[in-house]
Write a protein that binds this ligand. Structure first.
Ligand code: COA
Ligand code: AMP
Length: 629
């Protein structure tokens, strides 16, 4: 069946469509129905069924005789090592860690925070939690202690599993001091921590810390614990408008059904194929396509610990693809921009045979036509953009290569996937005709696997997503649909920016900057950057009477965001201004500022050391004066 028929089949009978898809999952008690609308407009899926996600991702492949198949390849140029783990080994590892956690009192429904670099133990930890019905919450290693503390207080975990360090080019990031700092800052204290020691930096353990191996010694092997289809598998925090991140809840049942469906139909891979998503387990792409989906489908997944360039060179991605026989490859456009910048002619490609590669998938940020065309020319395979969010966990709009390769229109991630009725709405909430720009919304209910709510924040869930357009989920993106039904994603409608494929909140950065003693008022906007897509830029109004120079204040501002939010914020541009452009009622005109900074008048500054350009921005903004409402 091709795309049009499949989409029509879903439209005609969503219940039947998802019940059919559910047959690919091993249930303990199978669902008698798919959708639970008893609490509409909050919807859940497969709530009367029981299952276990770890069993489906690991044990059942072993039971089917595939225990010797490689489940995880850890390819780590930063430690110069490649290791492999079979499904049978992964089953043992998750059962042992799950058993050790149970022995220390972790039970179904308890939360466990995971703060680890790109090592296979990160997946083992996630799956071990899933196995015992505990709810994991992975925190990205590039976040600093304060961000971790905020998540500890929101998720109130019983345990934290962490690595001793991560390895970034040119430096070792010690996680333990960040973890200790976070626990000290947080009001909630976990019962204990489990620390995976890595050679690059051994952590000093405190009395509540257990070394990874010692913790598991002699532990019984945990059996998969039955959980309800609607029970949470994980919480993943993502940026919203404020410094308080949103805890996206992912339910077990719908997640397994939907992700399994995407592997064949969207990514065109099957059991035994090698699938690689070059992202990080701290992001949704890592949850869905490094860990869960490839394993649910019985594929081999690659855990890559490195960067596309410089570890050791711009041929790293090509080496990984050819060495491990990657069939489908998924990354963010930024990674390709980084390679293109270093090796525009693709010299490094000549060393590798990439005939195994069938498709390149891009997501996480807007895929600019230059990057798509360059990638297509270099790799000679279809380059498929697809659009989704942490909230959905998988593709909203894409090109379903396993169903049918649709014509690619550069600039569009293509068409809505079954499960998603995507509409462009005007300010009055009415659908707009083809070609008109508006807010992108999805008709409720969202399909299985998407967020049913935010962790302990139902009101915020309703307010953030369901209130502006009753009957729809508000995506926070703006765009249009053309006459062929292709969707175009143009911009965010909120204060979220996208830096190197990482979703960040300018509001969170403003909260940090407002805490500086010399800063009276501030605004952070996203400015265009050739490599990372966007970069945050801060505008600081300084208290009158301060004795410190603008340079000192800017330096403090940059250091403070790095220390509070983390290096991943990439906050390196800031400037002191006399005042900020505002409406008469006092609202800062961030959108206008962003337009000016994005305009033709000047190029976005490459570095903070470019005072001429920064002055130009300052003048342009000051020239704005006070605009009417
Ligand atoms: N732990 C600690 N620090 C981290 C980190 C981690 N896991 N990940 C990133 N950082 C640090 C980086 O070292 C960098 O620090 P610096 O300011 O000292 O240089 C900073 O955070 C910014 O990181 P990033 O924006 O990723 O820039 P980069 O220069 O390290 O790498 C790319 C740029 C393009 C190579 C990289 O972002 C990339 O590969 N992105 C695409 C893939 C991806 O992960 N997408 C996510 C969603 S699909
Ligand atoms: P995240 O929740 O981190 O996955 O970020 C989701 C946001 O990234 C979306 O709401 C979009 O703003 C942006 N995004 C993701 N994929 C794409 C894409 N293919 N094209 C344009 N923007 C995208």
């Amino acid at each position: 069946m091709g795309y049009a028929e499949t989409y029509a089949r879903w439209q005609a009978d969503p219940e039947g469509f998802w019940m059919d898809a559910a047959q690919a999952i091993d249930w303990i008690h199978p669902p008698s129905k798919a959708l639970d609308d008893s609490n509409a407009p909050l919807y859940e899926w497969f709530t009367d069924a029981t299952m276990n996600t770890c069993y489906n991702a690991v044990d059942r492949h072993v039971a089917a005789g595939h225990g010797d198949r490689v489940a995880i390849i850890h390819d780590s140029p930063v430690t110069d090592s490649i290791t492999k783990m079979t499904y049978a080994e992964l089953q043992q590892a998750t059962a042992r860690l799950g058993g050790a956690l149970q022995r220390k009192g972790v039970e179904k429904g308890d939360r466990v925070i995971i703060y680890m670099p790109m090592v296979p133990e990160a997946l083992v930890a996630m799956l071990a939690c899933a196995r015992i019905g505990a709810i994991h919450s992975v925190v990205f290693g590039g976040f600093a202690a304060h961000e971790l503390a905020v998540r500890i207080d929101d998720a109130t975990p019983k345990a934290i599993i962490a690595g001793s360090c991560g390895i970034e080019p040119g430096r070792v990031v010690e996680y333990k001091p960040l973890l200790d700092g976070a626990i000290a800052q947080a009001a909630h204290k976990p019962d204990f921590c489990v620390i995976l020691q890595r050679d690059a930096a051994n952590a000093i353990l405190g009395e509540n810390d257990h070394e990874w191996h010692a913790f598991q010694e002699g532990a019984p092997l945990a059996e998969p614990v039955p959980v309800g289809g609607g029970d949470p598998l994980y919480i993943l925090y993502t940026s919203g408008t404020t410094g308080q991140p949103k805890g996206v809840v992912r339910p077990n049942g719908g997640h397994a059904v939907a992700l399994h469906w995407t592997m064949k139909n969207i990514y065109n891979v099957e059991a035994g194929d090698v699938f690689w998503a070059a992202s990080d387990v701290g992001w949704v792409v890592g949850h869905s396509y490094i860990c869960y989906a490839p394993l649910l489908a019985g594929c081999t997944t690659i855990v890559f610990e490195g960067k596309p360039v410089g570890t050791p060179d711009a041929g790293t991605f090509w080496r990984v693809i050819s060495e491990h026989g990657v069939k489908s490859f998924f990354t963010a456009p930024t990674a390709f921009r980084a390679i293109k910048r270093v090796d525009p002619k693709g010299e490094f490609l000549k060393d590798y045979d990439l005939s195994c590669l069938q498709t390149l998938y891009l997501a996480g940020e807007r895929a600019d036509p230059d990057t798509i065309e360059w990638a297509q020319k270099m790799l000679n395979v279809p380059v498929v953009d697809h659009w989704w969010q942490t909230e959905t966990g998988y593709t909203i709009v894409g090109n379903p290569m396993g169903l049918e390769a649709l014509p690619i229109k550069v600039g569009s991630p293509s068409v809505p996937m079954p499960g998603y009725d995507v509409q462009i709405l005007g300010e009055d909430g009415h659908p707009l005709p083809a070609g008109e720009l508006g807010a992108i919304a999805i008709k409720l209910p969202l399909p299985p696997g998407t967020l049913p709510t935010l962790w302990h924040a139902e009101e915020r869930f309703r307010k953030s997503y369901l209130t502006t357009f009753p009957g729809y989920y508000e995506t926070g993106d703006a765009g249009m649909i053309d006459e062929d039904g292709y969707v175009y994603i143009m911009a965010r409608t909120d204060d979220v920016i996208n830096v190197a494929g990482h979703r960040l909140s300018t509001g969170a950065m403003e909260e940090v900057l407002a805490g500086l003693p010399d800063v009276a008022e501030c605004a952070v906007i996203g400015v265009r950057d050739e490599l990372k897509g966007q970069l945050p830029m801060g505008f600081l109004c300084v208290n009158s009477g301060t004795t410190r120079s603008s340079e000192e204040i800017v330096k403090d501002a940059i250091a403070r965001v790095r220390e509070q939010i983390g290096p991943v914020a990439a906050f390196k541009l800031a400037v002191c201004v006399d005042r900020l452009p505002k409406t008469r009622s006092g609202k800062i005109l961030r959108a206008t500022m962003a337009k000016i900074a994005d305009g033709e008048a000047f190029k976005v500054p490459a570095t903070i050391d470019d005072p001429a350009i920064l002055d130009e921005i300052r003048e342009a903004l000051q020239g704005l004066g006070y605009a009417p409402d």
